[in-house]
Design a protein around this ligand. Structure first.
Ligand SMILES: [Zn+2]
Length: 144
């Protein structure tokens, strides 16, 4: 969420309003988002009325907005979208590709093989070694 205003509910009925007057404020606001800003740029507060909370929030939002670029908003959107995809996968009972154990490799010869199986590895190691040597030679020629 980028920013919001919300109605608070007292957490404890026995709280002393003289000692913690702000705990009795019925309105709370949060301004800012992350990623896309420095954590210290985010602000929040409480107020006795909705109008006060909204006015405080709008001031904070104008300051926050004046320091943002389109890239900041995009960073936030990317994070939001990535998180949504992650939870959708989890809900579907799947894991992210990076969480799946995977020992399959593509050899330079074009074949996919399981590198945890010795008999496969013995066949393809010479192909991989040859490809690495060829790449080193090409790199050396590029440098010259
Ligand atoms: Zn191979």
């Amino acid at each position: 969420m980028l920013a919001h205003l919300l109605r608070r509910y007292p957490r404890r009925r026995d709280r002393d309003p003289q000692r913690h007057p702000h705990d009795e404020d019925p309105w709370e606001w949060h301004c800012g988002f992350y990623p896309g800003s420095h954590p210290g740029e985010q602000q929040n507060g409480t107020a006795a009325t909705f109008d006060e909370a909204r006015a405080d929030f709008e001031c904070a939002w104008r300051v926050f907005l004046s320091r943002r670029t389109e890239a900041d908003f995009q960073a936030w959107r990317n994070q939001r979208d990535w998180t949504a995809r992650k939870y959708a996968l989890w809900d579907a009972g799947e894991r992210l590709p990076s969480q799946k154990p995977n020992s399959m490799m593509r050899c330079p010869c074009g074949e996919m093989f399981d590198c945890h199986r010795l008999e496969n590895t013995l066949i393809h190691v010479p192909h991989i070694t040859a490809e690495q040597k060829a790449r080193e030679v090409r790199r050396a020629q590029t440098v010259q």
